[in-house]
Design a protein around this ligand. Sequence first.
Ligand SMILES: *Cc1c(COP(=O)(O)O)cnc(C)c1O
Length: 478
Amino acid sequence: MSPNAESTAFRSALEVIRGVEPRVADAIAAELADQRESLKLIASENYASPATLLAMGNWFSDKYAEGTIGRRFYAGCQNVDTVEALAAEHARELFGATHAYVQPHSGIDANLVAFWAVLADRVESPALRRAQVRQVNDLTEADWFALRRELGNQRMLGMSLDAGGHLTHGFRPNISGKMFDQRSYGTDPTTGLIDYDRVAEAAREFKPLILVAGYSAYPRKVNFRVMREIADSVGATFMVDMAHFAGLVAGKVFTGDFDPVPHAHIVTTTTHKSLRGPRGGMVLCGPELADQVDRGCPMVLGGPLPHVMAAKAVALAEARRPDFADYAQRIVDNAQALADGLLRRGATLVTGGTDNHLVLIDVSGYGLTGRQAEQALLDSGIVTNRNSVPQDPNGAWYTSGIRIGTPALTTRGLGATEMDATAELIHTVLSRTTAGTGPDGAASKAKYVLDPAVAESVGKQAADLLIPFPLYPAVDLG
Ligand SMILES: *Cc1c(COP(=O)(O)O)cnc(C)c1O
């Protein structure tokens, strides 16, 4: 590759776009500048490689490819077949799975594919068979009625939202909450850890069709061997949603009992979080569920995105290289350095630390809500998101937590020294911010007071931290 191939590629792309709608070209360039300047601690974000990004911007976007390889509803899919097969092969090899379905457009879509595959596998329903050749969106009221009646009142047991579970694991704002009768398991109120005996007890009482493990905000490993034993003891299908930690599985940081693939019947993931690929989703499973999983499109998915499947193939090839394992280990080392730095300065962390890529700070110790903390940090150039803590007294909107994660900063190359400096900056902002009052003088959960001089000084220090670690160092837009 010529030394400035990446700069040339992105510069040329912008020049072409600028010729049609310059404001779009400007926004794309501005996004790179913003990402370069911000201390990104959002646990679900990362920076995909230039090769991954470039694989998405091409004529694969023009192709319809409903169905799967060998069973397409459109002609002329031979090149799509090539990239879909490559993405699936890399996924199978990387994760040691027998089957990989790489079409889901996002993590939520991957979960929907998995839920319907399990329902189709486990429940006899002619209405479901009929629905499988149509889009779920196209079902009539009568179709839904027949489906619900025939499917019975199927149950799902998943991790509660405030303990770090995900909306798609049977909660109301998501369709999974309408499809299933849901119950959740939480964490132990003293340790903050999953109490497997309580999960087993809930499973015995509730007898779910599907037991779901996986999280967006739980800072610890999950023992998937034990979870599978619980599922088996009640005849449940065991599903793991590894959206957040797929990179740690790919990089062999989570092995043995902590690797979901050998233990779960079905595994879903995003490809853009710790896995560092394009925005998208994926389903892994054994031979028993493969056929049902492959019916994801058109059952619940719109036409596949061949350009994104091409990018998945590139990113998964990258994740199979030895340096990805080193990256995955550094993600966890950095999260632990960040947690230690915060603890030493007096912060309260849910579960007292981390053994994955994320840290959950209980900011009530600073007298703040999650919303106040999130905004004060943002004012200071530190991008995080607020998140509930277990049994959160401030609910899911204001919250009492700040979730931070290290996949993105680790991609840039920051290490333990910079994590300690980051902990110092976060602690400075949180300890210098105070809760504000509303117009009536009552305590506000949203308003806060932070001396602008503190925000400015922290912002400057955060920017300085990033200088030695340029983002997309080979990309110079001129
Ligand atoms: C992020 C996430 C999802 C959703 O992924 P999208 O690509 O945003 O649809 C699903 N499950 C879990 C556990 C997640 O963390």
